[in-house]
Design a binder for this molecule. Structure first.
Ligand SMILES: NC(=O)c1ccc[n+]([C@@H]2O[C@H](COP(=O)([O-])OP(=O)(O)OC[C@H]3O[C@@H](n4cnc5c(N)ncnc54)[C@H](OP(=O)(O)O)[C@@H]3O)[C@@H](O)[C@H]2O)c1
Length: 441
């Protein structure tokens, strides 16, 4: 049986998980693939660093270049993370024509376009299944299984930390800060949690999916991002009362176009923001650290993929899937059988957030006296923004009371402008809270 030798850089959470999964199921993989997979070398930063699973000392080196340059090593796995040294490692391997496997969404988000171009130039493949939604095989599905589809809508719950916090806020009526502290204690959130809770990790992932779906490289600067810090238990409760659950969604969708040749035909919304999801929609039931990606293709219709979005074992499963592809490509001499990313929609562009249209949930904090609603609705009406329903709950004491409006479809720019005007009314006591509502139509 032909043998393929793997060199891995990084033996931490994911790297040791990959090695462990290979120890458990490597023989099974070999018999399924007809290729023997062999881990030749593993580069780490320090030998005695604690690891979730042990890696034999004899395999380890502190010199990553000796792994990349070893003529016996045919495939490189990069599991170091970050966008600096990891980029150097990936480029060094690609330039030797070696296939590279990475789980590094931050690296792809920042430098994907360049890395895919180098991979093409050197006739090497770059595999990245583990970079989005951990164990969910979403990259392979989009690249291969759905190759005959245009992607009209992608909705992703792709950050387990945010989903964990929002789920517990909903189920326990808890505050954001308490749930974040709990997530940190349990190891679901970093001590410095910004990457997750401010939406940047989801931005990296949704940018990769958007690029793959629409064939032009979506730059992080073009993606509108809002995190979950401002979500309060009050909004969770009102959303529930209205039949919704708040989720952090990565969204990639083509706006409805009145005429097929309208100017915005090739423009795509790519964004990350907290969203009111109707309780009847399947994404509302994706709880705790689980991830889900909902894809609508013009041929296949609606599909849903669910699973663990991170963690040493789930992520290892995705890396091993890439190992299998790389091994088969080497076996059959077809290094780029499925190209990693091929630009194919040169005129594509990201729709600015101001031009996107959606429904909205808005919570005002207003003084409790007659005429307040008339003042607010006059400003909305002047901007051609329609109210679909309203709640003003009883029993709130004090100087100000909540007023919740559900707003019909409206352009984001008009909505933001109208809310800025409303915020200046003396009867409005604090900045309005605006959360977009998704109807999945
Ligand atoms: N953790 C997850 O659940 C998850 C899920 C999906 C994707 N990812 C991605 O997977 C990648 C790895 O994440 P991780 O959680 O496994 O990180 P990690 O636990 O911090 O592991 C990083 C590894 O890189 C090694 N390393 C650092 N600098 C190095 C250098 N100069 N030369 C050689 N080795 C070096 C470290 O060595 P030492 O062990 O000696 O410190 C460590 O083994 C990241 O891109 C991350 O975004 C992670």
């Amino acid at each position: 049986m032909r043998q393929v030798n793997i060199g891995m850089i990084g033996g931490g959470t994911v790297g040791s998980g990959v090695y462990h999964a290979w120890e458990c199921n490597g023989d099974l993989m070999s018999s399924r693939l007809g290729v023997k997979i062999n881990f030749q070398k593993v580069a780490v930063k320090a030998f005695d660093e604690p690891r979730p699973y042990a890696i034999p000392r004899a395999l380890m080196t502190l010199d990553w270049q000796s792994v990349v340059n070893d003529p016996a090593v045919q495939v490189i796995i990069e599991l170091v993370g970050g966008t600096t040294i990891a980029k150097t490692m990936v480029l060094a391997a690609l330039k030797l024509g070696k296939p590279v496997i990475t789980a590094n969404k931050a690296l792809l988000s920042a430098h994907g376009e360049e890395l895919f171009a180098v991979a093409k130039q050197y006739n090497a493949n770059l595999y990245y299944e583990a970079s989005v939604a951990g164990g969910i095989p979403i990259i392979k599905t989009m690249r291969e299984s759905f190759v005959g589809n245009r992607f009209t809508h992608i909705y992703g719950i792709v950050n387990g930390t945010c989903n964990y916090i929002l789920t517990r806020m909903k189920l326990e009526g808890a505050d954001f800060a308490d749930m974040l502290a709990d997530a940190q204690r349990l190891g679901y959130a970093e001590a410095e949690p910004s990457l997750d809770i401010d939406g940047f990790d989801a931005e990296h992932k949704i940018g990769i999916l958007a690029s793959l779906a629409h064939g032009f490289w979506v730059k992080p600067k073009d993606i509108y991002v809002e995190g979950i810090r401002h979500i309060s238990k009050l909004d969770m409760q009102f959303a529930a009362q209205l039949g919704y659950t708040i989720k952090l969604l990565g969204i990639v969708k083509k706006p409805a176009v009145a005429k097929p040749k309208a100017k915005n035909g090739s423009r795509v919304q790519v964004s990350v923001y907290p969203t009111l999801v109707p309780n009847a929609h399947v994404l509302a039931s994706v709880n705790h650290v689980f991830n889900a990606v909902f894809i609508r293709g013009d041929v296949v219709g609606d599909t849903l993929f669910y699973g663990r979005g991170a963690g040493k074992d789930a992520t290892a499963s995705a890396v091993l899937s890439d190992v299998a592809d790389a091994a088969l490509d080497l076996k059959h001499g077809s290094k780029s059988r499925v190209p990693p990313f091929v630009p194919h929609e040169m005129a594509g562009a990201v729709l600015p957030i101001g031009e996107t249209v959606s429904r909205y949930y808005v919570r005002f904090s207003v003084v409790d006296k007659p005429g307040v609603l008339a003042k607010i609705s006059a400003i909305l009406a002047a901007s051609k923004i329609g109210i679909s329903s309203l709640i003003q709950p009883e029993g709130h004491q004090g100087e100000s009371v909540p007023l919740i409006l559900m707003i019909h479809d409206a352009p984001n720019a008009a909505m933001t402008k109208a809310l800025a005007k409303i915020a200046k009314l003396p009867v409005v006591k604090s900045p309005p809270v605006m959360i977009r509502v998704e109807s999945f139509e």
